[in-house]
Design a protein around this ligand. Structure first.
Ligand code: PMP
Length: 385
């Protein structure tokens, strides 16, 4: 599994090289940062830091140019044409709220219907419920229909509650607990050409190659901090076909300039390593973990089983594996693992109201993780079996 390129990649993460005894297995919460991203931020802040779209002097102009350049890079990174919108936000939660309250609310009328996911991340549920609540206070009753799921936690497209009043669909690209690709490309075919689809790409942006042209969605929302950039920056990409979603240049308030610089550097870094290479490596690490867990009696792996992957539409996990121990509480298991330098996420994982709310342990892998780290984790889990 491990090869020279992966060793070279790992050495670019200063926090990891400074802590060789630590296995960071919580990248779905936030990723570690490569030196190239840290350098780009430091270079920007120490050479031309200024506010954007404000100034008449070189630092401000260069900052503005960097932000416009980052917008172009987001478009290219998402495989989108030039005349699409990129609106910088603080992250996925902020971006989904922006789509819900600034774009969707003014476009809905009494009796309209929206389809939203109730068992994905709550950041992709609460804003849509809030939008419906805001409309209700204005006297317009909007029907919120739950996205249907199948037994493998995939969207059940055959039961998609599309009707003549369906005006909007919110979906998740890769699930943050089960790690499965939700196969959102099937939504467009089921929805027809006219219903806007908004994609929560928090766990897919920068993790796997995809293009908006291919998925044919209207909004893609993501966080930089889960994809090698700093916390506090993300974006809403919007297709041009439904008119400008937000202020034309997106210059509302002072942008997170250093964060946007970090996002541009992160996309460069990810492109240089290669998204195909990153995702196939991470998927193979996840398989190593699920294969190891399959041999243990005390653990239940949540979500789609890998055995389904060969026979159904379920895709292999994208580096996220969530499980429970039969007798040991998940928080206790999290502490036990942490005392061995294995840093995982243990709790209810911010899942929406129809999720598996009892707590569990989530292991999420990134390109800097190694097979040895997975084996170390499996050794501790085996000792508790
Ligand atoms: N959606 C999904 C699928 C996520 O995994 C997360 C983060 N765990 C979010 C939304 C929220 O992202 P952020 O905290 O960066 O706003």
């Amino acid at each position: 599994l491990r090869s020279d390129w992966q060793t070279a990649v790992r050495t670019q993460f200063p926090l990891l090289t400074a802590n060789p005894g630590v296995a960071y297995l919580d990248s779905a919460a936030t990723s570690q940062k490569p030196q190239a991203v840290l350098d780009a931020v430091m270079a920007y802040l120490t050479s031309e830091n200024a506010n954007a779209a404000r100034g008449t002097y070189p630092w401000a102009n260069r900052t503005t140019a960097r932000i416009e350049d980052a917008r172009d890079r987001v478009r290219r990174f998402l495989g989108s044409p030039d005349n699409t919108g990129v609106h910088f936000v603080s992250g996925t939660t902020d971006g989904l709220r922006t789509v819900a309250l600034d774009w969707l609310v003014p476009r809905l009328n009494d009796g309209d219907e929206i389809i939203v996911p109730f068992a994905d991340h709550s950041a992709n549920l609460v804003p849509w419920l809030d939008a419906a609540g805001q409309l209700r206070r204005q006297g317009a009753e909007v029907v919120v229909r739950p996205m249907p799921y199948d037994a493998a936690h995939d969207y059940d497209i055959a039961r998609l509650p599309i009707g003549p009043r369906t005006r909007f669909i919110a979906a998740t690209h890769v699930h943050h607990v089960y790690g499965n690709d939700m196969n959102v490309h099937r939504l467009r075919a089921a929805a027809g050409p006219d219903i806007p689809i908004c994609l929560d790409a928090a766990q897919s942006f920068g993790h796997m190659p995809f293009s908006v042209a291919d998925l044919d969605v209207d909004f893609v929302v993501f966080s930089g901090h889960k994809a090698m950039a700093l916390p506090g920056v993300g974006a809403v990409w919007s297709a041009d076909k439904r008119g400008p979603a937000f202020a034309p240049a997106g210059w509302s308030g002072s942008p997170n300039t250093a964060g946007i610089v970090s996002l541009a550097a992160a996309m460069d870094w990810l492109t240089s390593v290669g998204l195909h290479r990153i995702s196939s490596y991470v998927v193979s690490l996840g398989r190593r973990l699920t294969a190891g867990l399959a041999g243990l009696r005390s653990y239940e792996v949540l979500g789609c089983q890998d055995s389904l992957a060969a026979t159904s539409t379920v895709q292999p996990r994208h580096g996220i594996v969530t499980f429970r121990h039969r007798d040991i509480g998940s928080n206790d298991l999290g502490f036990i693992l942490a005392s061995d330098g294995l840093l995982v996420r243990a709790d209810g994982h911010c899942q929406g109201s129809e999720g598996e709310t009892t707590s569990s342990v989530r292991v999420s892998l990134q390109v800097y993780n190694t097979p040895e780290e997975v084996d170390r984790l499996l050794a501790v889990l085996t000792s508790l079996d």
